[in-house]
Each structure stands twice: as C-alpha cells, then as structure tokens.
Ligand binder design. Structure first.
Ligand code: NAG
Ligand code: NAG
Ligand code: NAG
Ligand code: NAG
Ligand code: NAG
Ligand code: NAG
Length: 293
C-alpha cells in the first residue's frame, strides 16, 4: 500500500510537470504513427473487427492476439478473438501468451511480434498484462507495431491497458477504479480509459481518477463501441457512446442552455471526433443535432 502510494505520488508529479506533451517525442497524445482501436468490451460488431484488420493493412497483415488478461491456465491458437479475426478474413493471426515476464523478455518469445502490423489485447483483468509484459522486450515490440504504422487494438481490459493511467487495475477488486496497478502501456497519454461504462453503470467512477489526477483525461467507453485514435484525433465508431471527462461540457444541441453539475462528463456518438491535444470536440457538418426538435 505504501509502495503503491509512493508510485502514485511520483506519477502525479511527472504528469503535472508535463500536462499534455508526454509522448515518445512529446508531440501527440495518441500514437504519432499507426492507430489505436480502443473497444469498451463485449466486442460483437463485425464492423469493428473489420476496421482493426483494415488498419493493420488488410487480410495479409500479421496480427498477434494477446489473451493474457483472461487469466486462463493456457491458451490455444483458436482463442475466440483470433477466430473472429480469421472469420473476417485475416489470414495471419497468431496467439501469443505468457504470464512470465522473464519469458516475455526473450527474443524467442517476441519473434511473432517483429513483423506484426496488428495487436489485439483480449479482455479480463488489465493488471495481468502489466505483470507479464511491462518493462520487457515484448512491451517494446508492442510499441514498435505502432511505430511501423500498424494498429494496437483491444477490448475491455485490452482497452484500459492502452492508456497511460491504468483504470480499474486492482488485483483484488475490479470495482475499484484506482487500484494497486495504476500505470498502463501508455499509447494514449495523460489519459485513463474505463470500459463497459453504461451497461455496468460506471458513469460516475472516472470522477475518482479526475479528482485525484486533474491533468488526466477520463475516457469511458461503452460496450461494442470503439474510440479510434491517430495522433491527436479520436473518432467514435460503434453502436453506443464514448463518455468524455475533460472538466468541460458539450452537447450537440444547446450546450449553453444546459446546467450540468460541477463535475461534468458528456457523450459522443459514432462519427463524432475529438481533438485530444486541445481537448475539444471537433465540430463538423455531421456533428449536428439532426432533424428532430
Ligand atoms: C517520433 O517518433 C517516431 C518513432 O516513434 C519517429 O518515426 C518520428 O520521426 C518522430 N517524430 C519527431 C517529430 O521526432
Ligand atoms: C505471417 O507473417 C509472417 C511475418 O511477416 C510471415 O513470416 C509468415 O510467413 C506469414 N504467414 C502466413 C501463413 O502468411
Ligand atoms: C480449441 O483447440 C483445443 C485444442 O487445442 C480444443 O480442445 C478446443 O475444443 C478447441 N476449441 C474450439 C472452440 O474449437
Ligand atoms: C471512489 O472513491 C470513493 C471515496 O474514496 C470510494 O468510496 C468509491 O468506492 C470509489 N469508487 C470507485 C469506483 O473506485
Ligand atoms: C510520462 O512519461 C514518463 C517517462 O517519460 C513516464 O514515466 C510517465 O508514466 C508518463 N506519464 C503519462 C501520464 O503518460
Ligand atoms: C459544411 O456545410 C457548409 C454550409 O452548408 C458547406 O459550405 C461546406 O461545404 C460543408 N463542408 C463539408 C466538408 O461538407
């Protein structure tokens, strides 16, 4: 507990010193090269799987599926997420798994990642990904997939792991949003990602994070919905909503007429775009309120 709070303190100091520009080259909140597809759990829509395959470079692109968050004793090549990708045309899908960071730090283990153009992290408990891969050659090889223009994707635990702040990372209790693991893989910088948000009534939970770490952007993603990120642009894709906790309020109609409480969040729907650098909705012609009054 004491070690955990020391780590939290160090983390807060680093993030407040560099509130937004904390990337590998200090420029973007999302990856400079490549894309993230961050799915809020219960990934059912073929259109999201197809988007992942297409961002990896098409059916021939090597994609590596990481099931480790799931906590099963072993995994085989027919792990469900790998089968979904194959069913939708991906021809080169490998399942890669270990719980042992010593194994994850070997050249032999990372071999399938060296030419991969896509990663998919399955669901479960996000701390298991940290315990297995943080600080290893495997974690470096994940980042290299983005650097060569590929896609890092994942659902549920595989969504939260993509942010710099690891939400819901407690080893004992998945109800706790600030747990004993708080550092994710950080492809989305200065941010925390929660998942299953509406379906599981988690919409107030990210306030715990934004209260403790005011510089962190809270992103709550509902099921079967993705946030797709490149550099500073994030686009919602899928059947429900993404909730944004940036201390502000926005609505597609009458933002200024509404009277939200002091702690605010707001919803974005499929097609909506958000600028992660300026933390503002990108209003386009299609952002409007529609024809209904
Ligand atoms: C940022 O880093 C990537 C590799 O991660 C590199 O390809 C790119 O040239 C860098 N950009 C700048 C502006 O330094
Ligand atoms: C999958 O991709 C890897 C890396 O590019 C390549 O070596 C391998 O031959 C490919 N396998 C298939 C079945 O296409
Ligand atoms: C997956 O493969 C294992 C053996 O590797 C087999 O026991 C299991 O039935 C298979 N599952 C499915 C859903 O095909
Ligand atoms: C948020 O913080 C309050 C006060 O410490 C705590 O009671 C509650 O369980 C926390 N909620 C989550 C989801 O962690
Ligand atoms: C910022 O970068 C430092 C290292 O450069 C890292 O330790 C820290 O976790 C990062 N913080 C966030 C919020 O990404
Ligand atoms: C947006 O709407 C304006 C006004 O109707 C129009 O002039 C403009 O071309 C539209 N832009 C796009 C990208 O459709």
């Amino acid at each position: 507990m004491r070690i955990a709070s020391l780590i939290l303190t160090a983390f807060a100091v680093i993030t407040s010193a560099q509130p937004i520009l904390n990337g590998t080259n200090g420029t973007y909140i999302g990856p400079e090269n490549g894309h993230l597809v961050i799915v809020g759990g219960n990934l059912k829509s073929d259109s999201i799987w197809e988007r992942i395959i297409s961002l990896a470079g098409g059916p021939d692109a090597p994609i590596v599926v990481i099931p480790t968050a799931g906590g099963e004793p072993t995994y085989s090549a027919n792990f469900s997420s790998a089968e979904s990708l194959r069913r939708l045309g991906a021809k080169n899908v490998t399942v890669l798994h270990t719980y042992n960071p010593t194994v994850a730090d070997t050249d032999e283990f990372i071999a399938p990642l060296l030419e991969a153009k896509g990663i998919f992290f399955g669901g479960g408990r996000q701390w298991r990904l940290v315990d297995a891969y943080a600080g290893t050659k495997t974690e470096k090889a994940f980042q290299a997939v983005l650097d060569r223009g590929g896609v890092i994707s994942g659902s549920s635990a595989g969504a939260s792991i993509q942010a710099s702040f690891l939400a819901r990372g407690d080893t004992a209790d998945n109800q706790v949003i600030i747990g004993d693991h708080t550092v994710g893989f950080g492809y989305l910088k200065n941010a925390a990602v929660d998942q299953h948000v509406l379906v599981r009534n988690r919409q107030f939970d990210l306030f715990n994070v934004t209260r403790a770490y005011p510089e962190i952007l809270g992103v709550g993603i509902d099921e079967d919905t993705a946030l797709i990120v490149h550099q500073n642009e994030a686009e919602v894709f899928g059947s429900t909503y993404v909730l944004i906790y940036d201390g502000k309020f926005w609505s597609r109609e009458g933002s200024e007429l509404k009277n939200p409480p002091a702690e605010k969040f707001y919803f974005l729907k499929s097609g909506d775009k958000y600028d992660l650098g300026t933390r503002q909705v990108i209003v386009t012609n299609s952002t409007g309120g529609g024809d209904d009054y």
